[in-house]
Write a protein that binds this ligand. Structure first.
Ligand code: BES
Ligand code: MN
Ligand code: ZN
Length: 505
């Protein structure tokens, strides 16, 4: 897609979108639309209320040509996530009916200081709206060949000349982000027969080569040599060997403000192991690498944006499968950290592989801040639903910064406690600790307490349980599908961290 910036609407594109926020000053947008379409101002005003995702189609004439004008409602006091949702939905629902020449009018949007982030969200939403989930369909869905989902479509953005520079940067970000997010959609939506721990490693290697960061992959022998016994234990039942993916990004010019270590749960399919899951929703367990996908996408975006940070991302990747070789409930295993673990439930596998990922990161990278993301517990879904990820942290400042980034991006988090009282739930009689208490109450919290035992006393660690938000029901697919939750959140967090560090040095 070709994207261009204009400071006035000299000649009309074949279709023009005029985004309008509800209850703000609609005068300038409506007078412009009335003039272009010759529809009376009062009629426009009475027929279009600018509710979220509301669309009013009008027609314009230029020379011999008839063109479309779409009023697009953004709802009341739209946040970035609302603008994104409106554009994504608009394009998703009309993609094969939109002409290959589309414009967005930001000249008549009342400027309330938000239009630059809105531009990023609009471009991001438009590209995500074109995402095609039908990865394995042998026939493309029939549509208009002269449509906007064509490769050589054009998108024109009309913005005031005073905003030109900021608008250009916002648009570039929206595009870069969308491409990474769609890669992550593909990865998370891919079924487990097309996505193994090896595939995950190949994705990282390719991304690293493309965007200039280092990727090292430990194979099974190297994982054994490192003594990552918890990852190996989970992998025992699987035909596919595990991988341990280590990504590392440093800015080329050497300006490093902070060192951040990310860890992502990379279970490419979770059957539950011998503590097998019921079949009804088991197919969704192909997305049990949503935490890994989020940290991989964040790594790629950070490299694209050349953030002045030293960033590492570690992904222990494996299937959790059923086999004669599988670990059994009651088995006692070791770990990279050295602690012994009694495996009460083989379905609590995420915390086992994260134990090795966290200990490895803390020991070998000693980051200033360590954050892990994981589709860790059904308990977190029962607690927060699909509306927010669970946040656990031993550092109040870090927690506050992550909560703020969640609020800004709409990838929301909600904090749950990490009180030591919960520790007794994971005390084992026979080993250093056990992976499950047998008590489903507060399961997301006891899982977090388990992870905490492996952070090597790191003073600024956060765990994000994204089980409810990594995939979601949406208008974009009939079944749950990937959201790429975590990338916008973490990039926003990292950028705020950079700004804060800059202002205090
Ligand atoms: N991957 C699951 C958590 C999950 C459940 C993610 C549903 C997305 C949707 C995790 O490995 C798991 O099985 N957790 C168990 C832990 C329990 C056995 C202590 C759970 O939450 O039931
Ligand atoms: Mn599980
Ligand atoms: Zn799992």
């Amino acid at each position: 897609m070709k994207i261009s910036l204009h400071h006035q609407i000299a000649s009309l594109p074949q279709a023009l979108i005029v985004p309008v926020a509800q209850n703000t000053d609609l005068e300038s947008a409506f007078s412009f639309v009335a003039e272009k379409t010759q529809a009376p101002f009062e009629l426009i005003k009475s027929d279009f209320k600018a509710a979220s995702k509301e669309v009013q189609t009008l027609y314009m004439e230029e020379g011999q040509e008839n063109k479309r004008l779409f009023l697009l409602g953004l709802g009341e006091k739209p946040a970035v996530k609302d603008v994104l949702a409106a554009f994504r939905s608009f394009v998703f629902n009309r993609k094969s009916n939109l002409p290959p020449d589309l414009g967005i009018d930001f000249l008549h949007t009342t400027d309330n200081g938000h239009t630059i982030p809105w531009m990023e969200a609009a471009v991001n939403g438009i590209l995500l709206g074109l995402y095609d989930i039908g990865l394995y369909k042998t026939k493309k869905e029939a549509g208009n060949d002269q449509a906007f989902n064509d490769n050589d479509a054009s998108l024109h953005l009309y913005v005031s000349s005073s905003q030109a520079k900021a608008a250009k940067a916002a648009i570039d970000r929206g595009v870069a982000l969308a491409h990474t997010q769609m890669e992550i959609f593909d990865l998370v939506n891919a079924p487990a027969n097309k996505k193994t721990p090896q595939t995950m490693a190949e994705w990282a290697a390719l991304s690293g080569a493309k965007y200039g960061y280092d990727v090292k992959v430990l194979n099974k022998e190297e994982i054994e040599a490192q003594g990552m016994h918890a990852l190996l234990a989970v992998n025992r039942g699987s035909e596919n060997p595990p991988t341990f993916i280590i990504m590392e990004y440093k800015p080329k010019d050497g300006t490093v403000l902070k060192k951040v270590g990310l860890v992502g749960k990379g279970v490419t399919f979770d059957t539950g192991g011998l503590s097998i899951k019921p079949s009804t929703n088991m197919h969704y367990m192909k997305s049990d690498m949503g935490g890994a996908a989020a940290v991989m996408g964040t790594m790629e975006m950070a490299a694209k944006l050349r953030l002045p940070l030293h960033l590492t991302a570690v992904v222990p990747a494996t299937e959790n499968s059923v086999d004669a070789k599988s670990i059994r409930p009651g088995d006692v295993i070791g770990s990279y950290d050295g602690k012994t673990i009694e495996v009460i439930d083989t379905d609590a596998e995420g915390r086992l592989i994260l134990a090795d990922g966290l200990a490895y990161t803390a020991r070998n990278f000693k980051p200033d801040v360590m954050i892990d993301l994981a589709t860790l517990t059904g308990s977190c879904i029962r607690t927060l639903g699909t509306y927010a990820g669970g946040l656990f942290s031993n550092n109040d400042e870090l927690a506050a910064e992550l909560l703020a980034a969640g609020q800004l991006t709409g990838e929301r988090l909600w904090q749950l406690p990490l009180w030591d009282d919960y520790k007794r739930e994971i005390k084992s009689d026979v080993a250093d600790l056990k992976n499950f208490s047998g008590n489903p109450a507060a399961g997301a919290i006891t899982a977090a307490k388990f992870l905490e035992a492996f952070i090597q006393d790191h003073p600024a660690w956060a765990h994000l349980d994204i089980a409810g938000v990594a995939v979601g029901d949406s208008e974009f697919s009939s079944q749950k599908s990937a959201t790429a939750f975590g990338i916008r959140l973490l990039i926003c967090y990292l950028e705020n961290l950079i700004a804060k560090t800059n202002s205090t040095v």
